[in-house]
Design a protein around this ligand. Structure first.
Ligand SMILES: *Cc1c(COP(=O)(O)O)cnc(C)c1O
Length: 483
């Protein structure tokens, strides 16, 4: 390519394409593109500078392709359409989607859907300044924890509470504060990996404490804890492991035994609840999961749990317990690194606030609403959307409603599956059926609001347990149905 063919030659309003006698004739100038009617919406949305950059970039691509004899000069309309694609590829890649995987708290899909009140308050607080760390009565500097501590204490019966970025951070800062350079005995049966990247032994290492493994994978006795205690022991700790089978609920008794032993030796007893919840889920016909209050009543001095698992709130790690210990944790310089922002606090407050009205929690808290939906109710949703699915997949696939099993997700109660209903899609073609199925799944994922299901036994399943309202789904299916 010669030096005369560059952006500036087209940009400066020279006769387009006049530079050479080859296929470059007819390439529009940036100016011509920007002045075309089709470009107006682009200019409106993105501004002149960005559209100019897009035009230059696409024109450079076209010149390179022409030089390689891969294409001839496309019509302006096509070039502008490629500029649209260029812009879209540079917009925010995090986008809303419809989670129809059947997993209510899906870590890869952002876990808990927030209630409307949380969203409204987040927006209100995000818009401007707030008394985040400012005491309005005294006009002096305040502490951000005051805005949510009282409510957490009210809901859990703990003396004090603080909040960090997530539960992994809660465990980290708790151990780094209370057990740095000292020993922490933990049962081998509780050294779990949760969701791939969180492993208790690794978090303990990062916190600077020394893990002392006790007992065996399947059984650990009180005497194992007792034997591990020495002058270097910082605390006793239990990790609530719901990634594998727990039959019945006998942990409360065990927790209280470990706590009694810890207290005999003047040591704190720490419980990582993982998910944790504030209500007795058996009231909603769900399997029992230890509540934060039960953990405190069972004698725990510090309890950590997630904000965005069963609690149904924003990503956060909640630390509750004895006031002196919570004060120590709050005073750790790590707290500054792990603290939550005002927007998270706004959402967390509103979610916790809903728990003050447990009678309506099933309606007000999306996580609980989804978890407690009956198969009959989900069947109704399925029947409402079935024709639209059939229309969208017109002649390509068989589309039916089947029984399905939803999961709670996020390591919460993973063995307890919830009876549900799903739209089942199976490609009609029998040859390369797997490839056809993958292609169908991809088409759903490529919609403006992607629809994500799960592949199961040669079928694509869309579990409707987590469908909040049918309208957004029907809108997307209509787009899919267009030829
Ligand atoms: C999920 C979980 C964590 C990590 O919580 P995040 O909020 O995801 O950081 C820690 N411990 C246990 C037992 C868990 O289940």
């Amino acid at each position: 390519m010669t030096g005369t063919i560059d952006d500036s030659s087209t940009d400066s309003g020279e006769k387009p394409g006049a530079v050479t006698a080859t296929g470059f004739v007819g390439i529009p100038s940036v100016d011509r593109l920007l002045h075309s009617v089709e470009c107006e919406p682009l200019l409106e949305s993105y501004g002149r500078a960005r559209v100019t950059q897009a035009a230059r970039s696409i024109l450079a691509e076209i010149r390179a392709a022409i030089a390689n004899q891969e294409e001839s000069v496309p019509p302006d309309r096509d070039i502008i359409s490629r500029m649209h694609t260029f812009m879209a590829a540079r917009s925010f890649s995090l986008q809303p989607l419809l989670n129809l995987t059947g997993t209510v708290l899906h870590t890869n899909l952002g876990r808990a859907a927030l209630p409307e009140t949380a969203i409204t308050t987040m927006v209100r607080i995000a818009r401007g300044s707030s008394n985040l760390e400012f005491d309005l009565a005294s006009g002096k500097r305040g502490d951000r924890d005051v805005h949510i501590e009282r409510l957490i204490v009210e809901m859990t019966g703990a003396e004090a509470a603080t909040v960090v970025n997530n539960n992994a951070a809660a465990v980290l800062i708790t151990l780094a504060t209370l057990a740095r350079n000292r020993e922490v005995p933990v049962s081998r049966g509780e050294l779990v990996e949760i969701g791939g990247s969180f492993r208790i032994p690794e978090i303990m290492l990062q916190s600077g404490c020394r893990l002392v493994e006790i007992g065996s994978t399947n059984r650990t006795h009180l005497r194992d804890y007792a034997a591990a205690i020495n002058k270097d022991t910082a605390l006793l700790m239990k990790v609530h492991t719901s990634n594998y089978e727990i039959k019945g609920f006998t942990n409360a008794v065990k927790d209280s035994e470990v706590s009694a032993l810890a207290h005999e030796h003047g040591l704190p007893f720490v419980t990582d609840l993982g998910s944790g919840t504030l209500v007795d889920l058996t009231n909603y016909n769900l399997p029992h999961e230890p509540t934060a209050r039960e953990a405190i009543e069972g004698g725990a001095d510090v309890v950590t749990f997630s904000g965005d698992k069963l609690l149904g709130g924003p990503q956060a790690g909640i630390i509750i317990g004895r006031r002196d210990l919570i004060e120590q944790i709050r005073g750790n310089p790590l707290k500054r690194a792990l603290r939550v922002d005002k927007i998270t606090m706004a959402a967390l407050f509103e979610v916790l606030n809903l728990y003050r009205d447990p009678d309506r929690l099933q309606e007000t808290l999306p996580t609980l609403k989804f978890l407690t939906r009956s198969a009959a109710e989900i069947q109704q949703l399925a029947e409402q959307v079935l024709p639209a699915f059939q229309q969208a997949l017109n002649n390509h696939a068989s589309v039916t409603i089947i029984d399905a099993l939803s999961q709670i997700g996020s390591g919460s109660l993973p063995l307890d599956l919830l009876a549900s209903k799903a739209i089942r899609i199976v490609p009609l073609q029998t040859e390369h059926a797997d490839k056809a199925l993958q292609e169908i799944a991809l088409r759903f994922r490529q919609l403006p609001v992607p629809i994500v299901g799960r592949l199961h036994q040669g079928a694509l399943l869309f579990d409707l347990r987590t469908l909040d309202s049918v309208t957004p789904l029907l809108e997307q299916l209509e787009i899919l149905a267009q030829p």
